[in-house]
Design a protein around this ligand. Structure first.
Ligand code: CO
Ligand code: ZN
Length: 333
């Protein structure tokens, strides 16, 4: 599982350019799936059919997004320095000094204009990418080229660090859950979505196509366990988080109860989540078509949207256990 996580997090995939990530996933899920398709926005939809003789199988959509935050070149100056803007929630505080890789393989480092005054605001419109060029003519980057953080995966005991843990951890949890479900009375759709980071765009289209009765997003959540962090209860290593609320969604109480009662019965640790910033694919799934019962299972993650996002391996394993337990049985609501 860790080897696959390394591969997934080191794969290039800013919003709109999820192809390489989809290839890695496809190789894993193809032998496990009853049906596989890719929709117009690029989401990968993997179906596991209900066991024969199942009565009134529920259509359940699981979603994890393939894309990661990134940047896009917006201007190249005479000396070949690349100005850029954000693709998703790319924050200045994490971007300065970062290494990035463009879709054509070119790497660069992010520098900053001379500071007029030293303060803590680092807007990315004062930053540029230095790709080693000396003029506009020899600059290998064109306006419209996408880039993502370039950073290798690293293990510190059970603490795993990489770029794009948001949301390749969700991706791997879905893959391992699919692998772990021997038989199910439900009609399951494992959906690897696109363009989450730019406003949960792929999930809405995919949900329209799948038309689920229940939807669950698996994504990371910020924690409250670092010095002077936001007052939130989520911690690394204390189990997957059952979402109650984030600024984009109120989780359906039936889905919340389903997660909690399954965790308690199976003695899987879990945490209650009220997230103060951000949202997930579940927001868009919940309001698709005539509405869907939706919730989210979250993986606690420190330093979200940096090039060194940190998760705990035990939370990944327990997320797989919980989802496997939930999806292997008939749903009673
Ligand atoms: Co994100
Ligand atoms: Zn995410």
């Amino acid at each position: 599982m860790k080897k696959l996580l390394k591969t997934l997090t080191e794969t290039f995939g800013p919003s709109g350019y999820e192809d390489e990530v989809r290839k890695v996933i496809l190789k894993e899920v193809k032998p496990l799936a009853d049906e596989v398709r890719v929709d117009a926005l690029g989401s990968l939809i993997v179906r596991k059919k209900p066991a024969q003789g199942s009565k009134n199988p529920k259509r359940i959509m699981l979603a994890a997004h393939m894309d990661e935050i990134g940047v896009i070149a917006s201007h190249i100056d005479k000396k070949g320095f690349v100005r850029f803007t954000n693709v998703g929630g790319t924050f200045g505080k994490y971007t300065l000094g970062a290494r990035v890789r463009f879709m054509n393989g070119v790497t660069g480092v992010v520098g900053y204009d001379r500071l007029e005054q030293v303060d803590n605001a680092l807007p990315i419109n004062k930053m540029y990418i230095d790709v080693g060029a000396s003029s506009k003519e020899d600059c290998p980057i064109k306006v419209g080229d996408f880039a993502a953080f370039e950073r290798s995966y690293m293990e510190m005991g059970d603490r795993l660090v990489a770029k794009s843990m948001d949301d390749r951890t969700g991706v791997i949890v879905l893959i391992e859950t699919l692998r772990g479900i021997k038989s199910t009375p439900n009609d399951l759709y494992f959906v690897f979505t696109t363009q989450e980071e730019v406003g949960v765009r792929g999930a809405g289209a995919a949900a329209y196509g799948v038309d689920p009765e229940i939807g669950i997003a698996v994504d990371v959540t910020a924690t409250g366990d670092t010095p002077a962090s936001m007052k939130m209860v989520m911690e690394l290593g204390k189990g997957p988080c059952v979402k109650f609320r984030d600024p984009g969604m109120l989780a359906d109480p039936r889905v919340v109860d389903w997660m909690i009662s399954t965790a308690e019965k199976a003695k899987i640790p879990y945490q209650r989540e009220v997230l103060l910033v951000g949202s997930t694919d579940a927001r868009e799934i919940q309001i698709s078509r005539a509405g869907v019962m939706a919730g989210a299972l979250s993986i606690p993650c420190r330093y979200v949207h940096s090039a060194s996002e940190m998760v705990d391996f035990n939370d990944l394993k327990n997320s797989v256990k919980l989802l496997t337990a939930m999806l292997s049985k008939a749903v009673s609501f």
